[in-house]
Design a protein around this ligand. Structure first.
Ligand code: URA
Length: 240
């Protein structure tokens, strides 16, 4: 979104119009790293990094983040039994924006977690209709074989549901592999390997649709998505 900074802030759902004026005056709004107090300044929220209290203001007013979920952290926004959740790894400002997790990742798995308060995008990316491919890297107890590659490429009957055809690529000695699946049913990849007589030892999500885990992101770290990454996700979900 292009236009006056106060207008861009007013369309963002993080703050009311009146509070936006106060936030500007207080120097809580930065554009490309510099505090801007004048709401009349012309900005482009796609090309520039506009932050309110450190939270990225996207042109459409939603919050989009990627988090490198560490092993042991729940891919949930809260846990009644007090376990550490993805939300606990975010600063207060982002927690207030109440982003939801797009697609579960098991507690013992790590890697890309997408968080957004854009509910429509979340729904579409997790609905099998839109086929947002998820890519994972796994390590196994036994080497996967060409027979497993063929089995993953066909619908696999797991009892309570049948998978859509996926893709298995063997790396190194076959004990490491890349897996692409379309759905994200509970323990799906672990169950697919179990079906083939193998046990998943480690599982790391590398991408969701066009969004790849930023390799510069440390375990447990997060960053806002760039405008380009958001647009690619919206396009993949037929929302552009
Ligand atoms: N498949 C699994 O088994 N676990 C995940 O967390 C994701 C896909």
């Amino acid at each position: 979104m292009k236009g006056r900074l106060d207008k861009v802030l007013a369309t963002c759902r993080l703050i009311s119009r009146t509070d936006a004026q106060a936030a500007l005056k207080a120097g809580r709004v930065t554009v490309d790293g510099t505090a801007v107090r004048d709401g009349k300044v012309k900005v482009d929220s796609d090309a520039q990094m506009i932050l309110l209290d450190g939270v990225r203001v996207e042109g459409d007013g939603f919050v989009y983040l990627m988090l490198y979920k560490p092993v042991g952290v729940l891919s949930a926004t809260e846990d009644k039994r007090g376990a550490i959740t993805a939300m606990d790894l975010l600063p207060e400002e982002y927690r207030k924006a109440a982003p939801g997790v797009v697609g579960r990742l098991d507690k013992d798995a790590e890697g890309l977690l997408l968080l957004t308060n854009n509910g429509e995008l979340n729904h579409r990316l997790t609905s099998p209709k839109h086929h947002a491919d998820k890519l994972y890297r796994v390590t196994l107890d036994l080497p996967a074989t060409e027979e497993d590659v063929r089995a993953f490429a066909e619908p696999m009957d797991l009892g309570d549901f049948t998978t859509q055809p996926g893709k298995l690529e063997l790396l190194e000695d076959g004990k490491t592999a890349l897996v692409t699946i379309h759905e994200g049913k509970f323990h799906q990849i672990k169950r697919m390997f179990q079906h083939q007589g193998k046990t998943v030892q480690t599982l790391k999500r590398l991408s969701i649709g066009p969004l790849r885990l930023d390799e510069a992101l440390a375990d447990g770290a997060w960053r806002p998505l760039s405008g380009e990454e958001v647009r690619a996700l919206l396009a993949a979900a037929d929302m552009m």
